[in-house]
Design a protein around this ligand. Structure first.
Ligand code: NAP
Length: 258
């Protein structure tokens, strides 16, 4: 059985490692190729776009993929839409692995907004020194805010010609520890954090640190993903996969032979 894992997340990497250990299952992880030095997943992998819905549908057919697990980031919507359409077109089972969003707890000071533009719109006049953790591709949405100083954490440096808000670029890759996040916030005298509601542990420490220091968090809510079967963790995805594998073996009569 061959499984295509749409990746680019820690969950996808963990899933690929677990799938690699299942006899009779071959996992192929697909990465978009956004980061210069991506973490290489276990098992087989490929890098780069497929060329829209038709490109993905052709790839699934050519590679004789049996199942698709979409373990992309909660904010990666286009690839998930493409996966939904392509798998529907050729009748392939598809699962989405979407980790749970973070929820506000006592002591949090969140302002929830619907997208990056809305996050930029709510910063003035109260925010002066902002920790911006929305990813390299979204920085230009804040470029018009010339009276605010931004600390922008990204994996890779932005293109030299990119339109950027004023401030400092910090290149780093999670997971981030609580003491490190606390120090960053204090050292740079941050008063506001802008974050996507990514969920998971790897980037949650900044939210805890903000709570401790009483800082405002502008939290960008998730865009909708396409309808379809969903699980929230790697165990759930493995359960789904093993159930499909069991069915395939039954259909082939292998299950009866043990
Ligand atoms: P997106 O807007 O949903 O996708 C744009 C295009 O990029 C897709 O149409 C597809 O190109 C290609 N693509 C995206 N993910 C791919 C994958 N796993 N394998 C092959 N092609 C892929 O995606 P995005 O928001 O730019 O995110 C890109 C990648 O970064 C995703 O894999 C995601 O998991 C990861 N990521 C995203 C975020 C975020 O905040 N958006 C954060 C962390 C990680 P074609 O149409 O040519 O196939």
């Amino acid at each position: 059985m061959r499984v295509l894992i749409l990746g680019g997340t820690g969950d996808a990497a963990e899933l690929a490692a677990r799938v690699a250990a299942i006899p009779g299952v071959e996992g192929i992880t697909s990465l978009a190729g956004r980061t210069r030095e991506p973490s290489i997943p276990s098992g087989n992998f490929r890098i780069g776009g497929f060329g829209g819905v038709s490109g993905l549908a052709s790839y699934l057919g050519q590679m004789q993929i049996d199942l698709l697990i979409d373990a992309t980031h909660p904010f990666a919507t286009q690839i998930s839409e493409n996966a939904a359409e392509a798998t529907a077109e050729i009748g392939l089972p598809r699962l989405m692995l979407i980790r749970r969003p973070w929820e506000q707890v006592k002591g949090d000071r969140w302002l929830e907004v619907e997208n990056t533009e809305a996050a930029a719109a709510v910063l003035s006049p109260s925010a002066h020194r902002v920790f911006l953790t929305v990813g390299r591709q979204e920085l230009s949405s804040f470029a018009h805010l010339q009276d605010i100083w931004f600390l922008m954490r990204v994996v890779d440096p932005p293109h030299p010609d990119a339109v950027m808000p004023p401030g400092l670029i910090l290149c780093d890759r999670g997971p981030f520890a609580l003491n490190q996040e606390r120090e960053i916030l204090k050292y740079h005298k941050i008063d506001t954090i802008v974050s996507k509601n990514s969920g998971g542990d790897a980037t949650y420490a900044k939210i805890i640190a903000a709570r401790e220091l009483g800082l405002q968090v502008v939290m960008i809510n998730r865009p909708p993903k396409p309808p379809g079967e969903q699980v929230t963790d790697v165990e759930g995805a493995l359960g789904w996969l093993l159930a499909k594998l069991g069915k395939q073996l039954e259909t082939k009569g292998i299950g009866d032979r043990g």
